[in-house]
Structure formats: C-alpha cells, structure tokens
Design a protein around this ligand. Structure first.
Ligand code: 1CP
Length: 357
C-alpha cells in the first residue's frame, strides 16, 4: 500500500549525529563544538548583555533558546547543545550560584556534613523547569535534521564546585573532603546523582535526543577514587536513563583520565566517549574500533591560532578516523578569543573531506 504524500512528508529526516552515536561511520563526519554558544560570537554577547546575569540567561527560555540557535544558524552544525550550565544543579539544590564577571562561579562552600544538611533537594524544581521549557522550545525551532543534546555535569565535577565554592586548579578541597569524610562525601555525590537523573530524564521528555555527561575534573583522582566518585555514579545515571529511554545515546566526557577511558566506557556503559586534547589519534581510533562512537579532539587553541597548523591537524584527524563512528569536535570548550572566521574555515575543512573513499 502506498503512503499518501502528506504523511511521508512528516517522516523525521535522519540526524547524522545520532546515526554515528548508534555506530555508523559517516563521511564527512557530523560535527559540533563544545561551548559552541558563547562569548566568541558577537550575537551571543548582545543577548548576554540583555539578560543581565549569566544565570538569568540560563533561566530565560526565550533567550537561552536564541543563543543555542545562534551557532546553528551561523555554521549549520549537526547538533545543538542546550544552553545552560552544569551549576544549575547546585543552584536548584539551594546552594545559590553567582557568576562574578571575568572570574567565574561563586557558591557558599560545603565543607562538612552540617553544610551538606542545608541542601534542599526538590525545592529548586521551578528553576530547572525553565531549562526544560528551553529544551521544548528548541525541539520546535531547530531544523529537524539537527540533533538536540541535553547535558549535566557528572556528580564528581559538580561536587568539586560545591565544595570549593569556585573553580580551582587541582580540586584539592573536594579531594580532601572525599578522603577525610567519605561517608558525608558519598551523601553529597548521591544527592547530585539523584538530582541529575531527574534533570536528564526531564530533558529527554522535553525533546533532547542525546545526552552528554561532562566530567571535566575526572583526571585529578587516583584509580580507586576514580572508581568510587566518577565511574560508579556515572554508571548509575546511565543505567537509570537507559531504563527509561533505551534509544537515547549518552556521551561521557571523562576529561584527563588517560588510559582509564577504556575502563570508564566499559564500566559506565556510555554509548560514546568525548576525548580530550591529549588523547592520541591512534587511541581515539582504537576506542571507536571497539564499537563505541568517539568525539573529539582538536585543541581549542589551534582554532584560535588558525592557519596551516589548524588545516594540517584537521586533515590528520579526518584521515585517522575514516571508517569508524566519529564525531568531529574539540577536546575541550571553545575559548572566547576564537575568531568566528576560523570556525567557519574549520566547518569548511571538515565538510569538504572526501566522501565514499
Ligand atoms: O559570561 C558568560 O557568558 C559565561 C560563560 C559560560 C558559558 C557560555 C559559562 C560559565 N557557562 C557557559 C555555558 C555552558 N557551560 C554550556 C552550554 C553551551 C555550549 O556548550 O554551547 C555547557 C555545556 C557548559 C558546561 C560547563 N560549565 C562545564 C563542563 C564543560 C567544560 O567546559 O569543562 C563546566 C566545568 C562549567 C562551569 C563553568 N560555567 C561557566 C564557567 C566560566 C565555568 C568554569 C569555571 C571554572 O572552572 O573556573
């Protein structure tokens, strides 16, 4: 029986980004960039000014959707990432977050079990509901072939900010908390894990088609602690999400874990690994060759520098990753001083990689 034309027109077009996450190797590879919405774009800076504070922008569905769409309009990336921040979870748990201009996030640090008892799981749902409204708007407004990525910070990385009250070079405060009072620290990790599961579930229900778990500071932990504070909570998040949404791929970003990435992938059961800048291309290829999609891993500063070195490195990456499930990305977030025209050149280089060879 023939389908009437009107109904075939409503069949969703394939999303190349999702196809690769499910194991296909595509040429040219789909691409997006971590922190692709941000201060390197003049149109972002204009909206950011209009919003007042950074968190106002995160909690304003119309403006947050607008800045999510800006890099898609400019560059036609294969995926959009929800504009929000990993620190909306502590904010929603009652540990108020402020962003100090030019300095970064500030929170009242959680130093012991008594501070921990002041968290109020459940109270901040209204704030997160506004982020979920952004997701719903985006799914309506994005081109249908553009995937929408939802995200959260991994419990360990979020906890490092909750304990130090700010960004820190070595996460010493969180490590000391974990080593001196592992029982209380486990309660903190559990609280963040549970909030993150609810938040990611909400993002999928609102329209996110893939999820990424950012573990920016995974690399500072020794092996046994990595298992307890990074691998175990991530495995729990993945298991819960997979039970509820078996078809939604999950990407893990265990930044800085080196050779531990294989175990992380195997033990957490993420569908894909986002590789940091230090991961050798041969290792990235080997990781993809064993049934997992990989994403990465251009140095964000090469994108600032531009020129022949950028071109050479992009070609080298495309060649190394031929024939395996690969998503072109950076090894960490794009930096504010990136010239937008270098991003345009990068898109051109990746998109002009020869297909079918
Ligand atoms: O003034 C501004 O406009 C603030 C800059 C900014 C932006 C654009 C911050 C503050 N957060 C974001 C958005 C953001 N953050 C996104 C969404 C959009 C996108 O990717 O396009 C995402 C996924 C994040 C994730 C995030 N926030 C991470 C994990 C990934 C990573 O880059 O390592 C981390 C560690 C944060 C915390 C954070 N938020 C903002 C800053 C400056 C920081 C880092 C603070 C520090 O460690 O000093």
């Amino acid at each position: 029986m023939h389908e009437p034309a009107a109904s075939t027109a409503t069949v969703a077009p394939p999303q190349r980004f999702i196809e690769v996450l499910k194991g296909s190797a595509l040429t040219p590879p789909p691409m997006w960039l971590m922190r692709q919405a941000g201060r390197y774009l003049p149109e972002y800076r204009a909206v950011r000014e209009q919003a007042g504070s950074f968190l106002n922008l995160c909690y304003n569905p119309a403006l947050a959707a607008e800045v999510t769409l800006q890099p898609i309009r400019r560059y036609g990336f294969d995926a959009a990432i929800l504009f929000s921040d990993i620190l909306v979870i502590p904010d929603a748990l009652g540990q108020e977050v402020r962003f100090v201009e030019g300095e970064g996030p500030r929170l009242d640090p959680i130093r012991n079990a008594a501070d921990l008892a002041r968290l109020k799981p459940g109270d901040g749902a209204g704030k997160l509901d506004r982020v979920l409204e952004t997701v719903a708007r985006l799914r309506q407004d994005l081109p249908r072939e553009t995937a929408l990525i939802g995200f959260c910070g991994a419990p360990w990385t979020v906890a490092t900010y909750m304990v130090a009250g700010r960004g820190s070079p070595d996460q010493a405060d969180a490590r000391m908390f974990a080593y001196t009072d592992p029982v209380a620290f486990a309660r903190l990790i559990d609280t963040v894990t549970e909030a993150s599961i609810g938040y990611l579930d909400g993002q999928v229900k609102a329209g996110a088609g893939a999820l990424q778990i950012f573990d920016t500071w995974a690399g500072v932990l020794p092996d046994t602690e990595l298992e307890r504070w990074v691998v175990a909570p991530t495995r729990r998040i993945v298991k819960e999400l997979k039970q509820r949404h078996p078809n939604v791929p999950i990407i893990g970003f265990p930044r800085g874990v080196g050779a531990g990435a294989r175990h992380y992938r195997h033990a957490t059961r993420v569908d894909a690994l986002s590789c940091d800048t230090a991961t050798p291309l041969a290792e990235m290829r080997a990781l993809a060759g064993t049934g997992t999609a990989v994403q990465g891993n251009l140095d964000p500063l090469l994108l600032v520098a531009g020129g022949p070195l950028l071109e050479a490195r992009v070609r080298e990456t495309l060649e190394a990753m031929q024939g395996v499930p690969f998503i072109f990305n950076l090894g960490h977030g794009i930096v504010p001083q990136t010239p937008p025209e270098n991003v345009a050149r990068l898109v051109e280089l990746v998109r002009s990689s020869p297909s079918g060879s």
